[in-house]
Design a protein around this ligand. Structure first.
Ligand code: ADP
Ligand code: 5GP
Length: 197
């Protein structure tokens, strides 16, 4: 006899892979964690954002960001080519829409590493999105990491720390929080949340 299903109609299996949004204050370690995770799990696709910020030493166009002019960013926005965009500490950043949708359609887990304003927009427009907040072990450690990275002048660090206060206050909006004490631990926890492992 065939097994009888008791209860409500089962949900159809969720065949679409996860769209995960990773946010957290500048300097908390988002890029470090994601780079570590993708070394072992290159099947996770990280969206490459467009930005009007200047490249840091070692950053490559098309790999870390698409570095665009203000005029190019204006066009991307006007043509609806961005899934979300935001101004952060004096520069604009946005997620190219088509690449994200194509990867999800072809069954690839997608990760967006974007700021709070962008995370809010994606939550509104993509109901399947799962949002993860990366928190520092303490405020002092965040300041130490951001300053220690040595990539921004003091006035830019100040702007980013001002933004960090707002971002930290928004932590309860997220589906999950990971505290970046150990890069290895957080990378493993993030993979589990993405349902990759
Ligand atoms: P974000 O991408 O969030 O702005 P980064 O990945 O650039 O941050 O990290 C900022 C700084 O903190 C870098 O110098 C990085 O090496 C350091 N860092 C990242 N994670 C940790 C950690 N778990 N412990 C100590 N330092 C860390
Ligand atoms: P950074 O200049 O340090 O690379 O990034 C600054 C902030 O912009 C970080 O919080 C980063 O997550 C965010 N960011 C990067 N790309 C995007 C994007 O496409 N959209 C949004 N909204 N934020 C982004």
């Amino acid at each position: 006899m065939a097994a009888t299903f008791r209860g409500t109609t089962p949900e159809p299996p969720d065949v679409r892979p996860r769209l995960t949004v990773l946010s957290g204050p500048s300097g908390v370690g988002k890029s470090t964690v994601v780079a570590h995770m993708r070394k072992e799990h290159p099947e996770v696709w990280l969206s490459v954002s467009a930005t009007t910020r200047r490249p840091r030493p070692g950053e490559k166009h098309g790999v870390h960001y698409f570095f665009v002019s203000d005029e190019e960013m204006d066009k991307l926005i006007a043509n609806g080519e961005l899934l979300e965009w935001a101004e952060f500490a004096g520069n604009r950043y946005g997620t190219p829409r088509t690449a994200v949708l194509e990867h999800l359609e072809s069954g690839v887990p997608v990760l967006l590493e974007i700021d709070l304003q962008g995370a809010r927009q994606v939550r509104e427009s993509m109901s399947e999105a799962h949002s993860v907040f990366l928190a520092p072990p303490s405020w002092e450690e965040l300041v130490r990491r951001l300053t220690g990275r040595g990539t921004e002048p003091p006035e830019v660090i100040e702007r980013r720390l001002e933004a960090a206060k707002i971002e930290l206050a928004a932590e309860p909006e997220f589906d999950a929080t990971l505290v970046n004490t150990s890069v290895e631990d957080v990378a493993r926890e993030l993979l589990a949340l993405m349902e990759v492992v």
